[in-house]
Design a protein around this ligand. Structure first.
Ligand code: HEM
Length: 467
């Protein structure tokens, strides 16, 4: 009897437990991490990512795992996304779920208040000021100064009478335009001081970050401090003169929010350095690629010459300055720029960090993981760009499908300087093809990463006047 009561009690408990558990058991999560290999612990796949041609690395991964895969790079777990829809998801429609992320050591060299490290109100207000500083109304006024800078660059190539490292020279050109757009006409002694210190900062940017005196990083850190002092001095002079300039410095200095709050000198300086940083190597790499592509496609070069010589002749053999509307009527040159941006894909991908657990296409992207939309994979996908390895500017006669062509990113952090960058390229190409002939010395091709892809050894080339 005692046994049957006990058995009854035991089985009731069992049935109750089974029913309770069945009812309350969490449904088994169907979420899995994306496919992919994490490589070696800590080192992960950083070496492959940076030492191999990213074309090969990303293409292989995509072939093996599809458009979403996980890996481990720069000490962090990452999810790489290689489809236009995924890039739109991360950068545009669900941008609030992902935050910008940069190593602290790099943030310190650029300046922690620079807009690209931020989100929300602060980012929005600074971005608006940067956008205004490079609006079409403003950059059209820069044309004569960009032309002067272009002409002086060309003269330096010809007068040197020797092989030029094109990338290094393009860096000088784009640095000077960067300074012009942020400071307007800056006294030459300040420009030289900024240049000198900026070169030291740049060297440290990709070096191992330690502050032991004498190391490249610590020298860069000190040079960055000197830049802050130089900019403070420039700000002080501007304030004394009460000048109301339209350049970025002027816009940042005059900014007041609804409560009357202004920006601090450090916030201003960090953003000025940030914009010069964002403008320089990017523009210089693409310009270097353009010279290489034109050199390798002589027929195309002849066609571009025809387009530009017509404008040159309309301007009295180059005596009159280029006008804004002329720069809007260079279709073939413009397509060459777009095709060079696609082929070179100098920004192969960008980084964000998942601010919360995110589910995309049934896969879990855990909070804290890096997320990398891969622009290059879309730029080289034959579904969107037929025969993707062929340099064919005429493909841009038809606009690419949405979100497949993103040389300037997309969404809240997309490049505010893209029109200025394209204007610089149009003007420089105009002067190069109407005045010069050139021969590339390094004939074997090859790419170096510094950190953007650039033709090997910076594209050594010789230049002559063509008439
Ligand atoms: C060919 C030249 C250039 C290329 C390919 C380029 C590309 C890009 C890309 C892809 C981004 C977005 C990065 C991301 O989403 O993480 C970006 C952001 C940015 N670019 Fe450019 N850029 C170029 C030239 C310039 C120039 C001339 C300026 C100067 C005004 C500039 C200023 C910026 C700034 C300030 C940002 C950050 C925007 C933000 O965080 O809101 N860029 N650029």
């Amino acid at each position: 009897m005692a046994l049957s009561v006990y058995m009854f009690f035991f089985f009731s408990l069992l049935i109750f437990w089974c029913l309770f558990i069945k009812k309350h058991k969490k449904p088994k999560s169907t979420l899995t991490l994306p496919p992919g290999s994490m490589g070696w612990p800590y080192i992960g796949e950083t070496s492959q990512l940076y030492s191999e041609d990213p074309n090969v690395y990303f293409a292989l991964k995509q072939k093996r795992y599809g458009p979403i895969f996980k890996t481990h790079a720069l000490g962090c777990p990452c999810v790489m996304l290689a489809s236009p829809e995924a890039a739109k998801f991360v950068l545009v429609t669900h941008a609030h779920l992902f935050k910008p992320t940069y190593p602290k050591s790099k943030e310190l060299l650029i300046g922690p208040s620079a807009l690209f490290f931020h989100q929300g109100d602060y980012h929005t207000k600074i971005r608006r000021l940067v956008q205004n500083s490079v609006s079409p109304e403003r950059i059209r006024k820069l044309i004569p100064f960009i032309e002067a800078e272009a002409v002086s660059t060309l003269e330096s190539w010809v007068s040197a009478g020797q092989v030029i490292n094109v990338f290094q020279s393009m860096k000088k050109f784009s640095f000077n335009i960067g300074i012009l757009s942020v400071f307007g006409h800056l006294e030459s002694n300040y420009r030289e001081q900024l240049k000198e210190n900026y070169c030291i900062v740049e060297k440290g940017y990709n070096s191992f970050p330690n502050r032991i005196p004498g190391t490249t990083y610590s020298q860069a850190f000190l040079a960055r401090r000197r830049i802050q002092e130089i900019i403070r001095e420039i700000i002080c002079k501007r304030k004394e003169k009460r000048l109301m300039e339209e350049d970025l410095l002027g816009l940042l200095l005059n900014y007041k929010d609804e409560k009357g709050q202004t920006l601090s000198d450090d916030q201003i300086a960090d953003n000025l350095v940030g914009v010069v940083f964002a403008a320089q190597d990017t523009t210089a790499s693409v310009l270097t690629w353009i010279l290489k592509y034109l050199h390798d496609h002589q027929k195309l070069l002849e066609a571009i010459k025809d387009e530009q010589i017509a404008i040159y002749e309309a301007n009295d053999g180059g005596k009159k300055p280029l006008t804004w509307s002329q720069t809007r009527m260079m279709p073939l040159t413009y397509w060459v720029i777009l095709e060079s941006l696609r082929m070179a894909s100098i920004i192969s991908f960008t980084y964000r960090e998942a601010a919360v657990d995110v589910v995309y296409e049934g896969y879990l992207i855990p909070k804290g993981w890096k997320v990398m939309p891969l622009f290059r994979n879309n730029h080289y996908n034959p579904e969107y760009f037929k025969d993707p390895h062929k340099f064919d500017p005429t493909r841009f006669q038809v606009a690419p499908k949405p979100n497949t062509f993103m040389p300037f990113g997309n969404g809240v952090h997309s490049c505010p300087g893209n029109e200025l960058a394209k204007l610089n390229m149009l003007i420089l190409i105009h002067h190069i093809v109407t005045k010069l002939r050139w021969e590339v010395v390094e004939r074997h091709g090859g790419v170096q990463y510094s950190p953007f892809p650039v033709p090997l050894h910076g594209l050594p080339a010789r230049f002559w006047m063509s008439h």
